[in-house]
Design a protein around this ligand. Structure first.
Ligand SMILES: [Zn+2]
Length: 615
């Protein structure tokens, strides 16, 4: 490698690593939201003996309860190791740094699917992508490489960093030619997977499935299915009758003796929803729904079990639930749900539905939609309404997904918001009203009230981004109404705050302000100041002009104004006027008025007078 190329790579890598660390910091809260001691114990296959107590796998001791978890951290009473939950993951998975632990946790405990498994992997893959691009373009210009990113789409938010700002422009530009962009991106992902696994991840998933003991067991063991409990549960929990799901091959075993081996005990008392490959129609993995209240984790994604009972996780990113069936129907509209059961329920009502098994779509999943339906299909995004939580993830991710799909060239996008009155998703509504005809009518109503994505509704994103420290990524989670509110609020705040102060405001806090109330409140304040002060002619003012008085009255109390009038000379007055106008708020008068806060002797000293006074 020549020296010039080495320098180029070094320069680029510094920026790319900075971006990774910033991204990992930003998702840290999200990671913690998804971490519980129970999830961690399940993941590492540690048995919980008492609440939050288990064996310590760090020093591998014999005491079954030496390790104690809290919601924030852990402590081992034998080896005295202690730390956060992320630190536990770092130790348990033998990772070098906390950033490595964050990457591992993001991939294994959240919906995020990062295409790298630690910092070193990120570096080597990024470097490889740069070299590949160099081989094609031969360019030594750094900005030609800004579009290379392994981070989730749209994440490049060094707001004050010119380099990253131009990255966004380049991404937007390349998206103008979106058909190429999606294909290029898919090719890039596949090439990286081949380099890492020796084959595309999709093929690897198929290989895992074909050698899975669990899948072959389920296929040949329908006689063990507890049909009665399965029917009862599906009816009770989702208002689904057997005809609705009979061809979905659901599986449920409740007797331990029916299991071929103890290592399969993870499927006991869990309904297995098979996820099938879109080409071969064969099972590639299961989403397992617990029906046992004592289970710590409600949902598991499984391809197989290792001999010691640990999970071989199913990689959902290469598949879409129900795509194998829907793809042959050539529907004009395709519904995308967050959960598998919502897709089953929609299908039972006569709609064509797939499930992304979460609120994100991987690029590969978007590629699948494109491959089977093309970019003109109407996509109806029908995620959960989490409006009872602090943040409505389903709604936010619907908008985010629309931007992503739009960038890849999909233009026919609808967001269908479920009314939260009787539940956050379709199946919750189903069991609360237990009337499928009414339910279908409701779906039609929600559909009629759909939001049809129009990129012009989001033009305020760029303005808001320039004036605050909000990122494109976070703003793309907002509805047009929310954006408009934020925009109005910022416009109002501009009257009170300096540009830099505005930039320091947390947008997430602004979002919760009721704009109408804010408006009213600021009007009240203004009027109150004006009515409680006397007008110019009522006061015996000597030095101030009426114009100066009318300006000062907005910012100072009457006695302060009288004190300015009686103590300041003309230069000091104009200095006060100038600075008050400049900062649009009251300034510290003690620097300008002799003797207000000082002794008489002090008042003889020179008082601050600013240069460039306009009169
Ligand atoms: Zn220990």
């Amino acid at each position: 490698m020549n020296k010039k190329l080495e320098n180029l790579i070094d320069n680029l890598m510094r920026g790319k690593c900075g971006l990774l660390y910033q991204y990992l910091n930003e998702i840290e809260d999200l990671i913690y939201d998804n971490l519980t001691p129970q999830k961690i114990m399940l993941h590492y296959n540690i048995q919980e003996i008492h609440k939050n107590r288990c064996k310590c796998i760090i020093h591998n001791g014999d005491n079954n309860t030496s390790l104690q978890f809290t919601n924030k951290g852990f402590k081992c009473h034998s080896c005295n190791t202690t730390g956060t939950l992320l630190e536990f993951i770092r130790l348990a998975s033998n990772l070098k740094t906390l950033n490595d632990a964050k990457i591992y946790a993001a991939n294994n405990f959240t919906n995020i699917n990062l295409p790298f498994y630690d910092v070193e992997d990120y570096k080597s893959k990024t470097k490889l992508a740069i070299i590949n691009k160099f081989e094609i373009t031969g360019s030594y210009i750094t900005k030609d490489y800004y579009d290379i990113s392994l981070l989730p789409n749209g994440y490049c938010n060094f707001k004050d960093n010119k380099i990253e700002k131009s990255t966004e422009n380049i991404i937007i530009k390349s998206n103008a030619n979106s058909k190429v962009s999606l294909d290029q991106e898919l090719t890039k992902i596949e090439q990286e997977e081949i380099k890492k696994y020796g084959m595309p991840k999709y093929i690897k998933s198929l290989n895992n499935a074909s050698s899975s003991k669990l899948i072959s067991f389920c296929k040949n063991s329908s006689k063990f299915i507890n049909k009665e409990l399965l029917c009862n549960f599906m009816s009770y929990q989702y208002n689904l009758s057997e005809v609705d799901y009979v061809d979905n091959d659901l599986f449920l075993i409740t007797k331990p003796d029916d299991l071929p081996s103890k290592s399969f005990s993870g499927i006991l008392n869990r309904i297995l929803f098979p996820i099938k490959d879109h080409f071969s129609n064969t099972v590639v993995g299961y989403l397992c729904r617990s029906i046992d209240k004592n289970h710590n984790t409600k949902w598991l994604l499984v391809t197989d079990f290792n001999d010691d009972g640990t999970i071989v996780e199913f990689n959902k990113g290469n598949f879409l639930y129900n795509l194998n069936k829907v793809k042959d129907k050539q529907p004009k509209e395709l519904w995308i749900t967050e959960s598998i059961v919502d897709a089953i329920k929609l299908e039972s009502l006569g709609y064509s539905a797939i499930s992304s098994m979460g609120v994100n779509l991987s690029i590969t999943q978007i590629g699948l939609i494109n491959k089977f339906f093309g970019k003109d299909i109407a996509l109806n995004i029908f995620f959960d309404n989490d409006s009872n939580n602090n943040s409505n993830t389903g709604k936010e991710m619907s908008y985010k997904l629309c931007h992503q799909l739009y960038d890849y060239g999909f233009k026919n996008l609808n967001i269908i918001e479920i009314d939260s009155l009787y539940g956050k998703d379709l199946t919750e509504w189903a069991i609360n009203i237990r009337n499928n005809i009414l339910l279908k009518n409701l779906v039609e109503t929600w559909y009629k009230n759909r939001y049809t994505f129009n990129i012009n509704d989001f033009s305020e994103i760029n303005i808001i981004k320039d004036k605050t420290k909000a990122t494109t990524n976070s703003l793309q989670c907002s509805s047009p109404l929310q954006l408009n509110n934020i925009y109005k609020l910022i416009t109002m705040l501009e009257n009170y705050l300096e540009k830099e102060d505005l930039k320091n405001l947390e947008l997430s806090k602004l979002m919760n302000i009721d704009i109408e109330q804010f408006n009213l409140f600021s009007e009240l304040l203004k009027n109150n100041i004006i009515t409680r002060t006397k007008c110019f002619s009522e006061l015996n003012i000597i030095n101030l002009t009426e114009g100066q008085y009318n300006l000062l009255v907005n910012y100072y109390k009457t006695e302060e104004i009288l004190s300015i009038d009686s103590h300041c000379n003309k230069r000091q007055i104009s200095s006060i006027i100038f600075n008050t106008k400049k900062y649009k708020k009251s300034i510290d008068l003690s620097k300008y008025i002799p003797s207000i806060y000082n002794n008489i002797e002090d008042s003889l000293y020179e008082v601050v007078v600013d240069n460039n006074i306009p009169f």
